[in-house]
Design a protein around this ligand. Sequence first.
Ligand code: SAH
Ligand code: SF4
Length: 422
Amino acid sequence: MNVADTEVVFSILGKHGYERTDEMSQADVILVNTCSVRDNAEQRIYGRLEQFNTHRKARPGVLVGVLGCMAERLKESLLESGKVDIVAGPDAYRSLPLMLQNAAPGMPQINVLLSREETYAEIVPVRLDTNGVSAFISIMRGCNNVCSYCVVPYTRGAERSRDFHTIVREACDCAQKGYKEVTLLGQNVDSYSFQDCNFARLLAMVAEACPGVRVRFSTSNPQDISDEVLQVMASHANICHQIHLPVQSGSDRMLEKMRRRYTREWYLQRVDAIRRYMPDCAISTDVIAGFCSETEEDHALTLSLFEQVRFDSSFMFQYSERPGTLAARKYPDDVSPAVKTRRLEEIIALQNKLSLESNRADMGKTFEVLVEGPSKRNPSDLCGRTGTGKMCVWPDTGHKAGDFVQVEVVDCTQATLLCKLV
Ligand code: SAH
Ligand code: SF4
């Protein structure tokens, strides 16, 4: 989401004569887009601000700005350090050129107004991706859920959906520019709603408008993912069979406390539905270890849910209390750091085993892979992903980024399918 937002910022600034540089020492303006979802994300930004301040001191006139969720959460207090000239929340990017114009030493500028309408709908993002294969398309902003642990609704504001005409236009524009994959982004894509268009219809429209382009999306909320969406996925060859379905916990007691509006039973039924429509669909998840009052039984239920679903991959986190959230106000953060770490490690160990098993089950199968370019680990190999999102590598066959090739899986690690060209 932040990559997509940064592309919007580049577009807005580009229209006002700013150019991008990869050399910090060349920059007149240094902006950092931020995440507040866990404390360690914020701590990393403080480190970066120190680094930027060295440049700011070395070259008088350099402006440093904090964008995004930290700007929204911390507001004026970010200015106290004296290291920041611009503070702009996620809905304030159109005002950046003016803020940059007005900012000067001792004259910091701040705009953290949240909007009920802003979707940057007509702005054509300037893509950061350099291999020109895969593009993000933001379809909605904000979130109307109030999961008790989560800061997103406070930093990104209320949910709003972007006009579908502009989404389809952006997807077609990507296709025309040679992109081969688009990922539709929202905190809760299944609640997309613009006029009479829901997410299932939007997905079908994008897939039909760009037949040569793979379509992905993220994130689905288990409470909202509909059979209609699954039917659209199953009936369009270019929609990838991969669903990111964050579960957060396998214990109903925790789910209720987290204010997730589904039960373990409901989640498992949704997984069954996905596999009924698409037996080959990859399913990934997010999980939080050590949420308030979590017991060993709750944790065991998370592990057993992982065993039951057999996720292909997961993003796994320790609970990090976020100031101002319902959980921070209501529930003590009472699972000790050592216990959180141990539980997280147990989940990671289990997921590693499941990922390896999932990859082993693909051995001998043939997949269509979108070539991304040389493999990072071994430049004489090529790499690319299957529709199910798995990374494949194979000896260089002279193909270019953006080509579709058929590969057969001959071996695997927990993270990668080792292949040969068919
Ligand atoms: N909208 C998405 C999630 C966005 S945040 C959804 O509802 O599924 C991405 C992930 O960060 C969440 O799924 C959750 O697992 C994790 N997360 C959010 N707040 C957290 C917190 N306070 N501590 C630890 N992890 C958190
Ligand atoms: Fe946060 Fe819940 Fe909204 Fe996801 S759905 S962004 S976890 S409040």
